[in-house]
Design a protein around this ligand. Structure first.
Ligand code: MEV
Length: 434
């Protein structure tokens, strides 16, 4: 973690959205120590390069670009962060930044995260005596851990490694034993390492159980590696656009209750949370499908799919919290392969996977707060209108200054559609030709 002084003015860049792209680049170069090469990487939509891409997936035919937005105003545990977010959806970056500013004015987010413990699963079937097999595995804990750690000595050298085992027995509807290796991956996400460890202990597990090992793979329900964040905002600070603060706070709590009881709503509520978290996962080179899978499985951990966040009112203050598995790394995997990830990491300035997990939890909570605040007051559409109008303008072929002109006319017409944008664009061209 950087010192407060090193981090001074990292999070707050007032009026950033009003600057044009070159001005934003000068601002971030100065604040985050970026050089011309870094800025060139950010400008180039395909900085990965197709030769490198070709080494990443099979049948590679090209490279796909997405916008990198900067989530601003984050104060987490007293430290400031500007958070790079890779996302195609309008409003996501604006919403997190606005809510983070509100939270920052009232002390910022508090966050914490577990050690980087992943679960690796070994499935055992056809064991002749399941009770004896369970017992044998439990008694052989030290041998199993030693075998797992021998597969990945580097992890132990970095202060991690296989720490413990769990043995689970299923009888109905299918009989099997499942061995869990609990592996502290420290700053790596750790998928490859824990998969290798599961494979490495398989022969020993067969010997101990007399059964047959089938699957040997990590679990994406990484519930030993959770991150949490919370915030508290005085209700009067939520007032605006004709809504009293208490009214907005009550609306947010009612919206949360909706997600808590109804899986149909919870899916959308959590999708909003993941809008922010996935965007940071992508910007930092992490496996966002793994984070997604863990989040949704965790949301259903009580046998009922519910909300990843919680909102409540107490003494004139709105309180919010979030908890979810956060299997992310700052070393290994693709975190060092993608040049844009490298620049995003310079901007974000996190030192450890735990610190990254805390930032991501705060981003998820902030995103959820933005969505619920909008839904509970003026509704989501109004805030989205100008961004959707710009997208419609771009889709219709508007370029440069035309984009804002077309968007403004679409909003006046109250018709945010690509076909209408094409008409407006043609109209503008006719006027320019006159
Ligand atoms: C849209 O991408 C996300 C929201 O639907 C989330 C929510 O409804 O809470 C706005």
């Amino acid at each position: 973690m950087k010192t407060g002084e090193q981090r001074a003015d990292r999070a707050r860049i007032p009026g950033f959205y009003r600057l044009d792209l070159p001005e934003r680049h000068s601002e971030i170069a100065r604040r985050f120590g970026l050089d011309d090469a870094d800025l060139a990487v950010l400008r180039s939509g395909a900085s990965l390069g197709w030769q490198r891409a070709d080494k990443m997936v099979e049948n590679c035919i090209g490279v796909f670009g997405l916008p990198v937005g900067l989530g601003l105003n984050f104060t987490i545990n007293g430290h400031d962060y500007a958070v790079p977010m890779v996302v195609e959806e309008p409003s996501v970056v604006a919403a997190v930044s606005n809510m983070a500013r509100l939270v920052r004015a009232h002390g910022g987010f508090a966050a914490d995260a577990d050690d980087g413990v992943m679960i690796s699963q070994v499935q055992v079937v056809d064991s002749p005596d399941p009770a004896a097999a369970v017992d044998a595995l439990r008694r052989s804990r030290a041998r199993i851990l030693a075998r797992a750690n021998a597969v990945h000595p580097n992890m132990a050298a970095r202060g991690g490694g296989a720490r413990d085992i769990e043995v689970r027995r299923f009888d109905e509807p299918f009989s099997m034993i499942v061995l869990h290796l609990l592996v502290d991956c420290v700053d790596a996400m750790g998928a490859n390492a824990v998969n290798a460890m599961a494979e490495g202990v398989a022969a020993l597990v067969e010997e101990l159980t007399g059964g047959r090992v089938c699957l040997r793979i990590l679990s994406n329900l990484a519930d030993r590696r959770c991150a949490r964040a919370s915030c508290a905002v005085p209700e009067e600070a939520l007032a605006g656009r004709g809504f009293a603060g208490a009214e907005v706070a009550e609306g947010i709590v009612q919206a949360w209750r909706f997600a808590a009881v109804d899986p149909y709503r919870a899916a959308t509520h959590n999708k909003g949370v993941m809008n922010g978290i996935d965007a940071v996962a992508i910007a930092t080179g992490n496996d966002w499908r793994s984070v997604e899978a863990g989040a949704h499985a965790y949301a259903a951990r009580d046998g009922h799919y519910g909300s990843l966040t919680r909102w409540w009112r107490a003494d004139g203050t709105l309180h919010g919290s979030i908890e979810l598995p956060m299997a992310v790394g700052t070393v290994g995997g693709s975190t060092r392969v993608h040049p844009t990830v490298g620049v995003c990491r310079k901007i974000l300035g996190v030192d450890t996977a735990r610190e990254l997990a805390m930032v991501m939890a705060a981003v998820g909570l902030s995103q959820n707060m933005g969505a619920l605040k909008a839904l509970a007051s003026e509704g989501i559409q109004r805030g989205h209108m100008s961004l959707h109008a710009r997208q419609a303008a771009l889709a219709a072929g508007a370029e440069g200054a035309q984009v804002e002109l077309v968007a403004a006319r679409l909003i006046r017409r109250g018709e945010i559609k690509e076909a209408a944008a094409r008409e407006v664009l043609a109209e503008l061209m006719r006027e320019a030709g006159r």
